[in-house]
Each structure stands twice: as C-alpha cells, then as structure tokens.
Design a protein around this ligand. Structure first.
Ligand code: KIV
Ligand code: ZN
Length: 399
C-alpha cells in the first residue's frame, strides 16, 4: 500500500498572483516556479491559460522548463478554456487541467445564469474533454461551502464518473468553520460513490482567519491534497499559507501522521524570494516566516530560550532554513539576553560591569522602540570612556 501522503498543490502563481500587489513578470514566475520545484511541491498551478497571453506564456515556459511537480492550468468548464490550457501544458513532464464551475445557487443564478441541470451537463462534458487532453484532471465545484449538499454530491459524482481523479472542494469565500469544512469532506466521502478512487482536495481562503485551520480539518476528514500559497498571498484576505500547513504537519505529526514531500529547509528562502518580487513582505508577526516568528523580547522568554529554545519555541527555525532565533533587545529584555548579545558582539563584561551596562540599557530602551547592535556598542564604548565600567577586571574585548 502506498504511504499515506498529503500532496501540496501550490497556487502562488495563479490564485496568489491574481490578488492586488502580487503580479509578477514572466521571468519572475519562472524563477518562482523553479524555487517551488526545489521546495518539493507536488503540483504547481502556473496560471489560468485563457485569461491572458501573459498567463499562457508563463504556463508554457514553466511547462517546458520546470521538472518535478505536475504543472497545472486553471480552466472554466468551457471547450475554449480547456483547449487553451492543454496547449499551454503541451510540453509539461506531467500535466493537469484544473476545471472549475460554480455550484452554489447564488453563483449559478446571479453569475453564470444557468440551471443546476446545465451545470451538471457542463461538468460531465468538460471533464470528459479534459481527460483526452491532459495527464490528470481536477474538478472544483466553486463555492462548495455554500452549495446545497444534495447538489454538491451530484456535481462531484458527475465529475468522478466523467474521469476526474482529483476533486477539490473550495471554500471560495472563506465562509466555513473547521467543523463545517471537515463535515463536508466526510459527507462527500460517505455519500458519493468512487471517492475512494480520487484524491479529495482542500482549497481555503482566509476571510475569517480560518484558512489553515480549515485545511487541517479537511486533512483530518480525509483530504489528501491542500491548495495553498507561499506567504498566504491570494484573493482578499489570502489563501492558506504553505509554510503554516507544512509547519503544522511537521510539529503535530502526532495528529497528522502522514508524509509529504516538502523540503522544509527551502521554505524561508522561497518566502523571501516571493517577498522581493511582489510589493509586500509577510507581516512581522506572520507564523513561520514573519520577522518576529522566532524573535523574543520579554526577559523571561529570552532567558528560557537561551537555556533551551524549546521553552518558548515549538519548532526550530533552522528546520525551515531560517538563520536562528532572534533575541530582540527592548525594554522587556533582561540581563541574560543583554549579556548574550554583548558576548556575540565581543564584550564579555564582569557581573558588576554588566549591572552598570544593564542600567544604561534600560534607560535607553525606555526612550527607543528597538535597540540595535550599534546602540549597544556605543553604550559600552561610552561607559568605558567615562570609566563607569571600572572594576579590577576591565571589560574584556574578546574579538
Ligand atoms: O477559491 C476558489 O474557488 C478558486 C477556484 C478556482 C478553485 O480559486
Ligand atoms: Zn481560490
């Protein structure tokens, strides 16, 4: 039996790129695609071939040049879209056409202006066509989480009967809670014949800040593919973040005893690469890749982390390719952190000198939001000049 595995479907270049401030040039997309392949994503959604000539060209180039992941293009349930996607994917080592068609009454009535019956016919016909043009076909009933469950079962069933091997159940508008979302996967698995032969996939948006929680709930309920983006970029509040799902699977292997093929040590560099390409970096308090994700300012935390990082860190930054935990010096910091940073800077002070330095440091920290290394160097130099740090053993410069 093959190992139980969660497949990572990266949609940074499609769902991520289509959000404000996140557009990338063709060259940048190719660079990003290579980085994602090195990271070990299983499927790389390179764009939406029919949406523009630029998207077509990016998918085509990535399909020709990037090896490792399955390369996917999005397509509506229309002949023209599917043929265009197939054309863009022609040179891929392994290709996937990802068809989406709205299934909620709200979307059917107001957006597509078609009946449920027409939606079922379009699903069957488009999936069957795509199966003749690509190695794999994925079907997404858009707005699944606001779709009538009876009808959701019917449309998923039509897709499976027509040959789809991956069925994605997107929470398009970020409406579901983790228990709703898990319940939907369980319901589909119980009621739709053939779900044991396909991979069920989670695709979540962060409108309620639940995207990662929902993806994890879906995994617990049987999903074996997660669709996510680097740094969680994506429509509105974004998509589930690759790094956060990966970190949860890594740290909580007790709860998620499944394999995946990500090379976690590449995570930080891919996140940084994306941040340089688009117009914003992850917020400092962003899990895993934010600047403060492994930073500690409070004295008690700093003391703990210096004696054993596990006291206040549930994961080791280097696992994700992040240089080291950062002790940020500020008004909440204690002597231990100051001493440790001064030693790193080459100043090994006696206990009495450290007391004097610490007093000066707290005065400075009350005035400044953050204390930089240069501030500490100035502080020690100033006190040495004024012979405040005078003791039998003068401050020893060790570097
Ligand atoms: O959010 C969504 O529903 C999508 C689909 C195209 C899968 O991005
Ligand atoms: Zn989406």
């Amino acid at each position: 039996m093959p190992p139980d595995r969660v497949h990572f479907f990266d949609t940074t270049l499609r769902d991520g790129e289509q959000s404000p401030g996140c557009s990338m040039t063709q060259h940048e997309k190719l660079q990003m695609a290579h980085a994602l392949a090195d990271l070990g994503v299983d499927i790389l959604e390179a764009g939406f071939a029919i949406s523009s000539d630029g998207d077509f060209a990016a998918i085509d180039t990535i399909a020709r040049e990037v090896r490792g992941p399955v390369i996917a293009s999005l397509a509506r349930a229309k002949r023209g879209d599917i043929e265009r996607a197939a054309q863009a994917l022609e040179r891929a080592e392994k290709s996937r056409i990802h068809i989406f068609l709205a299934s909620s009454d709200l979307h059917l009535q107001y957006k597509l202006k078609i009946s449920r019956e027409e939606a079922l016919e379009q699903t069957a016909a488009s999936v069957a066509l795509a199966c003749t043009l690509a190695d794999e076909v994925e079907f997404s009933p858009e707005d699944s989480t606001r779709t009538d469950p009876e009808f959701l079962c019917k449309i998923v069933s039509a897709a499976i009967e027509s040959g789809a091997t991956v069925v994605n159940l997107p929470d398009t508008v970020g409406y579901a809670t983790p228990s709703d979302y898990a319940g939907m996967f369980r319901m589909i698995r119980e009621r739709v014949p053939g779900t044991d032969r396909v991979i069920l996939s989670a695709h979540t948006h962060d409108d309620l800040g639940l995207a990662v929680a929902n993806s994890l709930a879906a995994i617990e309920a049987g999903a074996r593919q997660v669709e996510c983006t680097i740094n969680g970029i994506g429509e509105r509040a974004g998509n589930a973040a690759v790094e956060e799902i990966a970190a949860a699977l890594h740290v909580r292997g007790d709860r998620y005893p499944m394999e995946n093929r990500l090379n976690l040590s590449k995570m930080y560099s891919v996140s940084q690469l994306l941040a340089q390409m688009i117009s914003f970096a992850p917020s400092p308090n962003k899990a895993v890749v934010g600047d403060n994700a492994f930073a500690h300012e409070a004295g008690i935390h700093q003391h703990g982390v210096l004696s054993n990082p596990l006291t206040y860190e549930i994961m080791t930054p280097s696992v994700f390719g992040i240089p080291a935990n950062r002790l940020v010096l500020g008004k909440h910091s204690g002597r231990h952190a100051l001493r440790s940073r001064l030693i790193e800077l080459g100043y090994n002070l006696s206990a009495a000198d450290l007391d004097i330095a610490y007093r000066a440091f707290t005065e400075l920290a009350d005035r400044k939001k953050a204390i930089y290394d240069q501030d500490l160097i100035n502080l020690v130099a100033h006190h040495q000049r004024h012979e405040d740090l005078i003791h039998e053993e003068p401050a020893e410069k060790i570097k």
